[in-house]
Design a binder for this molecule. Structure first.
Ligand code: CS2
Length: 506
């Protein structure tokens, strides 16, 4: 995060003491923060957590009766050091800048985060906090990569050196799994009720995945604990949604200069927010429904709708838009050709695979998505969208291709999605856009992606040999035919990406 450079001389530092002196157009917590205790411990206090779960708790706290559900954040990574310092300085307060499509901006200070422990400086403090009886829920936003599964097999990756370290040094862990295990073991031994583990990551069946991964870890350490956790800990599944771009220096400057608040790490987000949760908590829970979340018995169709339309839609705009030379999602979708491409992809290739959900009109859902993406005040960078594509596309897009092939093997509706895979190959190979400007590619598999993609000109199907991402797609004749045509078009220097997209539409 870049540090504040300029400030309005009368701007007020954000902290507890100054809360009541903040400008009147900034909404501040209406509740007494000194009365809160941390029933929730959250690992991974990134922008999304602060725009989503922490905001729901803040909303809930505006009504009396939920004081036990404050949040203690945990940062496991060395990279969280400056966040820890800033939050501490600001008494764990931060601003949420909600930007509406019509230009309206709501500025709010979120007060639900009441503590933060930076694990690299004090591992024992993290273990104590997790083991404390007061902790009823441990929630996670640790990104897809944090769950440590092999994308091809879906199994826990026991070859990861950090995991091997934690198995051998359970009392000095580094990973989420190590910390959860050691804390649950203390709770089991001291007869303290377990906490629920609530994943808030954008992963289908995030609770079930967390359970499977944690049990695979515990199996390596302790059989008695395995049985206790399997039996007693609950892992509710949930679908989370709120577009939260990366905080920029402009956000910091806007607050300081236009609003008069000095906050070194505010969060910007869109106005839309959704949280659909399976009501499965072993040790109490906040009434999130009173803050706008929805409890359901089965979250599966909600997750599928969101991942296959919203997240895949982002990837469609992200990869094609990056090659074209756009920088942000709104810039891409505000180009009529990109908007049309996205809409036909959603209508033709995704919608037929989705269930009708009570209370959700899919046409309206897609209209809303396009409106959300078009929000000119949310400058959501394509580099954020394309970040870790290897962890995202198998679930967001490749699954749709596979399902369409299974449904109709001889004439599957896969052309729009397949062009995006060809674009991803070009992106991973050339690493520049069509104007020759370099692309900021961040992906754990970047080297593998590049190695395979760079063989494309001699072997058009080379990219598909990464079977952990593409499964057996390289053996599917109909897919290979469409993919090869897409590759030829994308690699043709005479054709712009927009011309190729237009050809697919036609
Ligand atoms: C995005 C998501 O990372 C991505 O590719 O699609 O972060 C998206 O903004 C969120 O899931 C919205 O809820």
């Amino acid at each position: 995060m870049s540090k504040l450079t300029q400030t309005n001389s009368s701007a007020i530092l954000l902290n507890q003491k100054n809360l009541c002196s903040l400008p009147h157009n900034v909404k501040i917590p209406s509740y007494d923060r000194s009365k809160l205790s941390a029933g929730i411990v959250h690992i991974g206090v990134g922008g999304f957590h602060r725009a989503h779960q922490a905001m729901y708790i803040d909303t809930l706290l505006q009504q009396p009766g939920s004081e036990q559900w404050g949040i203690c954040g945990i940062g496991l990574l060395e990279g969280n050091r400056s966040l820890a310092e800033i939050l501490k300085k600001q008494d764990y307060l931060y601003s949420l800048i909600v930007r509406h499509p019509d230009g309206k901006v709501e500025n709010q200070v979120i007060g639900s985060l009441i503590d933060f422990i930076f694990a690299p400086d004090d591992k024992q403090a993290v273990i104590n906090k997790l083991a404390s009886e007061q902790t009823q829920i441990v929630s996670l936003t640790i990104t897809e990569g944090g769950y440590n599964f092999n994308p091809a097999t879906g199994e826990f990756d026991l070859s990861n050196p950090d995991i091997l370290h934690d198995i051998a040094n359970l009392n000095s862990p580094n990973t989420t799994f190590g910390y959860l295990t050691v804390a649950l073991k203390i709770r089991m031994q001291q007869d303290i009720a377990p906490f629920s583990i609530q994943s808030c990551d954008n992963i289908q069946h995030n609770g079930a995945v967390t359970k499977k991964m944690l049990l695979a870890f515990i199996e390596q350490c302790d059989n008695e604990l395995y049985a206790w956790v399997n039996e007693n800990v609950s892992f509710p599944n949930g679908m989370v949604d709120r577009i939260t771009p990366v905080t920029t220096a402009n956000d910091i400057q806007y607050l300081a200069e236009d609003i008069g608040v000095v906050d070194e790490w505010p969060i910007t987000c869109e106005a839309f927010t959704q949280w659909v949760i399976e009501d499965d908590f072993c040790n109490g829970r906040p009434n999130w429904n009173l803050a706008g979340a929805q409890f359901v018995t089965d979250v599966t169709p909600y997750e599928k709708m969101k991942i296959r339309l919203l997240n895949a839609g982002h990837s469609v705009l992200g990869l094609l838009g990056s090659i074209h030379g756009f920088d942000t999602i709104d810039e891409s979708v505000n180009d009529p050709l990109f908007a049309e491409y996205l809409r036909v992809f959603m209508d033709k290739e995704v919608t037929p695979l989705l269930e009708q959900l009570e209370g959700i009109d899919l046409t309206q859902y897609k209209d809303t998505l396009i409106e959300r993406f078009s929000n000119p005040n949310i400058k959501d960078s394509l580099s954020r969208i394309c970040l870790e594509s290897s962890a995202k596309l198998p679930k967001f897009l490749i699954a749709t291709i596979m399902e369409n092939i299974a449904k109709n093997p001889t004439q599957p509706n896969i052309e729009f999605a397949t062009l995006v895979i060809a674009a991803w190959c070009y992106y991973s190979d050339k690493q520049v856009n069509q104007n020759g400007q370099s692309l900021d590619i961040q992906d754990q598999m970047a080297t593998t992606l590049n190695q395979h993609a760079s063989k494309t000109e001699s072997n058009p199907l080379a990219f598909l040999d990464i079977t952990e991402l593409f499964g057996d797609l390289n053996n599917q004749p109909e897919f290979c035919k469409i993919y090869k045509n897409s590759i030829e078009a994308v690699y043709d220097n005479q054709l712009s990406i927009k011309t190729v997209m237009q050809q697919v539409i036609d």
